[in-house]
Ligand binder design. Structure first.
Ligand SMILES: O=c1ccn([C@@H]2O[C@H](COP(=O)(O)O)[C@@H](O)[C@H]2O)c(=O)[nH]1
Length: 248
């Protein structure tokens, strides 16, 4: 693992928010990140930005103190996914993910590939994309309700040695009850009460998602496309803090 990244990555992040940096250039992503404080959020680098800017961008964000979720959703044969996860760990990312529908052998290979890292990224598997609803699943031959399929894939993920799953916050109460508090739930599809849902289908507001049991909130467009992104992020963090204090 890159020692510079280990030295710089912020350990104390006071918020469960992961800002999705869905930008098309490194310059745009770095300019946006320069406005953020690494103690106030983590960052997610997905397929668009990684394809445009590559591992150097991830290293630059980490060198600025951000913990980075590399959201490439690996889905391939076990050998390929295992090696891809090792490359992600070598860049120094804080979290990396695969598709749970790649199956037990694929996920076990990924977990084994990272087993000897002294400080490995959190290993997470995507269950059912938050953009999908029952009708989308039916078209690909999955006729059970989304929550049932999410639970099935989450159980497989846990049994394959992973740390948690990507799911919607709507499934969080069921997953926490069935899989325990320590199994991490990473939830995109987060929308403010007045945000457009866009292409997301299984959505929830930030505080409702935490109440439901989400550990991390992935938020992209409601922050990045806002007129004042920092004000939106600060407002979300303030609402979360107020809710946390009300629970203490
Ligand atoms: O099920 C999933 C898995 C990943 N994502 C990613 O999260 C963000 C969400 O962005 P918004 O702009 O807040 O919709 C995006 O990068 C997706 O690739 C997801 O939405 N759902």
């Amino acid at each position: 693992m890159n020692p510079l990244i280990l030295e710089n990555a912020t350990a104390n992040v006071a918020s469960p928010v992961l800002v999705a940096l869905d930008f098309s250039t490194a310059d745009a992503a770095l300019a946006f990140a320069a406005r953020l404080d690494p103690s106030q959020c983590r960052l997610k680098v997905g397929k668009e930005l990684f394809t445009a800017a590559g591992p150097q961008l991830v290293e630059q964000l980490a060198a600025r103190g951000f913990q980075v979720f590399l959201d490439l959703k690996f889905h391939d044969i076990p050998n390929t996914v295992a090696h891809a996860c090792k490359m992600a760990a070598d860049i120094g990312v804080w979290m990396v993910n695969v598709h749970a529908s790649g199956g037990r052998r694929m996920m076990s290979a990924a977990a084994e590939a990272l087993a000897n890292y002294s400080q490995r990224p959190l290993l997470i598997a995507v269950t059912v994309l938050t953009s999908m609803e029952a009708a989308d699943l039916a078209e690909i031959g999955i006729t059970v309700p989304p929550q049932e399929h999410v639970l099935r894939l989450a159980r497989l993920t846990r049994d394959s040695g992973f740390d948690g799953v990507v799911c919607s916050a709507q499934e969080a109460p069921l997953l926490k009850a069935e899989l325990g508090q320590d199994f991490k739930l990473v939830t995109p599809g987060i929308r403010l009460a007045d945000s457009a849902a866009d292409d997301q289908r299984r959505v929830m507001t930030p505080v409702a998602a935490l109440q439901a049991g989400a550990d991390y909130l992935v938020i992209g467009r409601p922050i990045t496309k806002a007129v004042d992104p920092l004000a939106v992020l600060s407002g979300i963090n303030a609402d979360i803090r107020a809710w946390q204090l009300s629970q203490a």
